[in-house]
Design a protein around this ligand. Structure first.
Ligand code: ADP
Ligand code: NG1
Ligand code: MG
Length: 458
């Protein structure tokens, strides 16, 4: 199914973006696109290993106002004037990476480049110039997927302007691939939920082929998101790609020991498929095949009986080639156990009574997920761990959400405990850190929202 096109009902947000758009381009937008952020309920750092995840879309979103021109040029402004404007010719879309965080407009360019590269000769006749204003409300670098909302909204704006109507799954796959131009080797969860989300339910997202199943959340479940007031831009450091690569090396070393062609195995999920084992058997195999002590790059080269330059091209990314210490046992154990937790979470939602016993099981799985991310995957942050501790008294379970190293937690809370938990976090976490107001945007409840949509004025 293609992304829905609806008539815009004017509201405060569209009035503001229209006014900004008119101020810049002296005309009204032709159409708008909305793409939501997401909170991942469970299944962290396993999408890029090929395993299913369970996110839902947020109310916070990326909203773009767009007009087309006959000049084949992109002109891009942000509603928030702290971001610089950007212009380029459509045949000169380049994303040049440096050692620091990418510029904001490079995320837009990822989506635009993805669409431009997908066009065949006859579709290229419909290329139009783009005048765009971007307005986003998703907390940034906080694990709620502001980056993918920006990439996905960019791709959708270009697709609609060029009269391309693609199925949602195709757009999601295209956006997962083109967000990698920013340097991170993500797995596709964020772009998938951005397009496939449905109001009122979370989704089990599975890969290859990309598919989504509605997840019936218990009616009494309230999800509370709390910002740890720390952030990490995932494209600014090698932390994220280091985990992707550690999982790949774990898969390749086990593959070699199992006499498979390790160069063909890129993900732990590929390894499981090639061996035809279940998740419990994979856990036993990890324990028997890998050592707990970290591996140096030379150890990995020896295990794979390869050369440094082959390892660099087959297994590593430009920003992980200098890493000398890989924890393979711990990362692989996290992945297989987390994949099991997603299965149990999904089955509990679908078959549980929906009562307190269901909430207790879901909460336990979320807490176990956090412990594993903290101890085995080492992608938590002391401020995330502090929120998890403070939330224990009020929630069935709390975990970091998104890639981690900062950002947000998500807690499963009974309705009667939501205010108590918010107040406890305000008094014991936020106020001691010097925050005195604006709590509604740093600790808030959320219900599942719909995925991407295109709006027109008529
Ligand atoms: P997240 O966890 O939010 O996906 P990332 O580190 O992957 O975090 O990406 C965050 C980056 O996305 C920001 O540093 C910024 O460059 C870009 N971004 C997100 N939202 C906006 C916005 N509203 N305006 C401009 N840039 C944005
Ligand atoms: P965030 O933290 O929202 O950037 C990242 C990846 C996901 C997934 C999670 C961890 C991208 C675009 N996103 O999300 O694919 O791997 O981390 O579960 O790379
Ligand atoms: Mg991101």
């Amino acid at each position: 199914m293609p992304v829905e096109i609806r008539k815009l009902s004017p509201n405060e947000k569209s009035d503001k973006i229209n006014a900004a758009f008119f101020g810049i381009y002296k005309k009204v937008p032709e159409f708008y696109v909305r793409v939501p952020g997401r909170v991942n309920l469970i299944g962290e750092h396993i999408d890029y290993c090929g395993y299913g995840v369970c996110p839902m879309a947020l109310e916070q979103d990326m909203f773009l106002a767009v007009a087309t021109t006959n000049e084949k040029r992109l002109i891009l402004y942000n509603f928030d004037q702290k971001y610089e404007g950007f212009e380029c010719e459509l045949d000169e879309v380049k994303i040049t990476l440096t050692d620091s965080a990418p510029r904001w407009y490079q995320y837009y360019l990822c989506g635009l480049k993805g669409i431009l590269e997908s066009l065949n000769e006859s579709q290229k006749n419909h290329i139009k110039g783009l005048q765009v204003v971007v307005s986003g409300t998703i907390p940034q670098s906080a694990g709620l997927s502001s980056s993918s909302a920006l990439v996905s909204s960019a791709a959708l704006s270009a697709a609609h302007a060029f009269k391309l109507s693609l199925p949602k799954e195709e757009l999601a796959n295209l956006c997962a691939a083109c967000e990698r131009y920013i340097g991170t080797q993500g797995g596709g969860m964020d772009q998938a939920i951005a397009y496939l989300a449905k109001e009122g339910c979370a989704k089990l997202i599975e890969f290859e082929p990309l598919r989504s199943t509605e997840v019936k959340l218990p009616s009494d479940a309230v999800f509370v998101i709390a910002h740890s007031l720390t952030n990490l831009n995932k494209a600014a450091t090698g932390d994220f790609n280091c985990r992707v690569v550690e999982c790949r090396l774990a898969a390749q070393i086990i593959a070699k020991k199992q006499e498979l062609d390790w160069r063909k195995i890129k993900r732990l999920g590929d390894l499981q498929r090639a061996l035809g084992l279940n998740l419990d058997e994979m856990i036993v195999l990890v324990k028997a095949s890998l050592r707990e002590m970290p591996y140096s790059k030379d150890d990995v080269i020896q295990e794979l009986n390869t050369t440094s330059s082959l390892l660099d091209t087959v297994s590593l990314t430009p920003n992980t080639r200098d890493i000398q210490r890989f924890k393979l046992y711990q990362r692989a154990l996290h992945v297989f156990n987390e994949a099991k937790r997603v299965e149990e979470f999904f089955n509990t939602c679908q078959t549980g009574s929906g009562g307190e016993a269901t909430l207790i099981t879901l909460g336990r799985l979320m807490s176990e997920s956090h412990q594993s991310l903290r101890d085995l995957y080492e992608c938590s942050h002391p401020q995330l761990d502090r929120i998890v501790d403070l939330a224990k008294e009020f929630s069935f379970g709390t975990r970091l959400t998104g890639a981690g190293w900062g950002g947000c937690t998500v807690s499963l809370v009974a309705p009667q405990n939501v205010e108590k938990m918010r107040n406890a976090l305000i008094q014991n976490f936020y106020k001691p850190l010097g925050v005195t107001d604006g709590f509604e945007s740093i600790v808030f409840t959320t219900a599942p929202k719909a995925g991407a949509c295109i709006y027109t004025n008529s």
